[in-house]
Write a protein that binds this ligand. Structure first.
Ligand SMILES: Nc1ncnc2c1ncn2[C@@H]1O[C@H](COP(=O)(O)OP(=O)(O)O)[C@@H](O)[C@H]1O
Ligand SMILES: [Mg+2]
Length: 343
């Protein structure tokens, strides 16, 4: 098997704040294969963004890798500083964010911004860089690139801007793309087109994608694998089929139960009561315990290990311990709602 493009080993990231240590990422093991689309889902504040930005080393100074290691394309980049990262960012790994205007300059024509992004990394003539910029605009599905090349971002719709950002991110043909809620601000049809575009780009380029979303429903379309994150940890990970059809962690059940498309069949929406815990002082056991109606006594005391369900499917819940009472997921999840068919 090919070496993973991204590998995290027991990876932890903390912020040192005046109030104390915020444990945003708490011991994550993860790998992303070549050409794979891994979706990371979980409620807001679970550490998804911090984890991705930390790999890019795009966090403020108060953030530090507490323990663990990170490998990019086989290279141990854990201790890399700004200088080493500058050669990797764009070339090996890129990131797109929820708000395209974080990346784009509102006053400069799109074509020039993409051309500059290329010239920043590569010595080539301006003419060739321009040619490449046209190719990129076409790759991200912007028709009439000839005209649009010369327009500033404010002439573009939200969806179009996100495509331009993608063109910038893909300029140097990186091996890995972090897409952090890139569709969250878009309406459903535009978002769907964006997901299709990402799948198309993966097919054409073989790029690996880590796609972050708070919405388990929104990523069903593109996920090869899904990692569910809660309070800085991955609590369940598996192929899309495994996570959507055979979820094992009560938090995953909660996320699935609160999806409107499932509620339509079931008649009501089951939101998860309560909120994710403060990461300033995370609870000692399973961080989900206090919101979990199936919680066992041990959940309040000891962190559950990752239990293996199949070679690809793992979940960290004491319910999978052989001493635990048998607990079945909510009935409407047991049928493995046909909604989650992968296309
Ligand atoms: N700059 C920062 N300083 C201190 N804490 C932060 C900072 N950025 C994020 N955090 C904390 O890290 C945790 C995870 O945040 P984040 O990764 O943004 O969550 P998500 O992307 O899953 O919504 C949150 O508890 C948040 O308060
Ligand atoms: Mg986020």
């Amino acid at each position: 098997m090919d070496e993973p493009v991204l590998k995290l080993e027991n990876y932890a990231v903390s912020f040192d704040t005046p109030q104390g240590e915020i444990e945003a990422v708490r011991g994550v093991d993860l790998s992303v294969g070549k050409g794979e689309i891994l979706c990371i889902v979980g409620e807001s504040g679970c550490g998804k963004t911090v984890m991705c930005r930390s790999v890019m080393k795009l966090l403020p100074r108060i953030a530090r890798i507490k323990h663990g290691r990170v490998f990019l394309n086989g290279e141990d980049i854990t201790d890399y500083g700004e200088k080493e990262m500058r050669t990797l960012r764009g070339n090996v790994v890129s990131m797109v964010f929820q708000d395209p205007m974080i990346t784009l300059n509102p006053t400069i024509p799109i074509g020039r911004q993409i051309t500059e992004a290329i010239l920043k990394h590569k010595t080539m003539s301006r003419k060739d860089a321009k040619k490449r910029a046209f190719e990129l605009l076409t790759l991200v599905g912007i028709d009439d690139a000839e005209t649009r090349f010369h327009l500033q971002p404010h002439f573009f719709s939200g969806g179009m801007r996100q495509r331009c950002v993608l063109a910038v991110a893909l300029a140097m043909s990186p091996k890995l793309l972090f897409a952090d809620e890139p569709t969250t601000a878009l309406d459903v049809t535009v978002a769907t087109k964006m997901l299709d575009l990402l799948m198309d780009i993966r097919k054409k380029t073989g790029i690996s994608i880590v796609f972050v979303s708070h919405d388990l429903g929104a990523v069903a379309r593109i996920a090869d694998r899904v990692a569910v994150m809660y309070a800085g940890k991955i609590v369940e990970i598996g192929t899309a089929e495994e996570v959507y059809y055979d979820p094992r962690h009560p938090y995953t059940w909660g996320l699935l139960s609160s999806l409107p498309s499932l509620a339509e069949e079931n008649g009501e929406l089951h939101s998860i009561p309560g909120m994710p815990p403060q990461l300033l002082a995370p609870p000692p056991g399973d961080a989900f315990a206090e919101r979990n109606k199936y919680a066992l006594a041990i959940d309040y005391e000891q962190m559950p290990p990752m239990f293996k369900i199949t070679d690809t499917h793992f979940a960290a819940t004491w319910l999978l311990d052989k001493r635990a009472p048998e607990v079945k997921p909510p009935v409407f999840l047991q049928s493995g709602s046909g909604k989650w068919k992968k296309n």
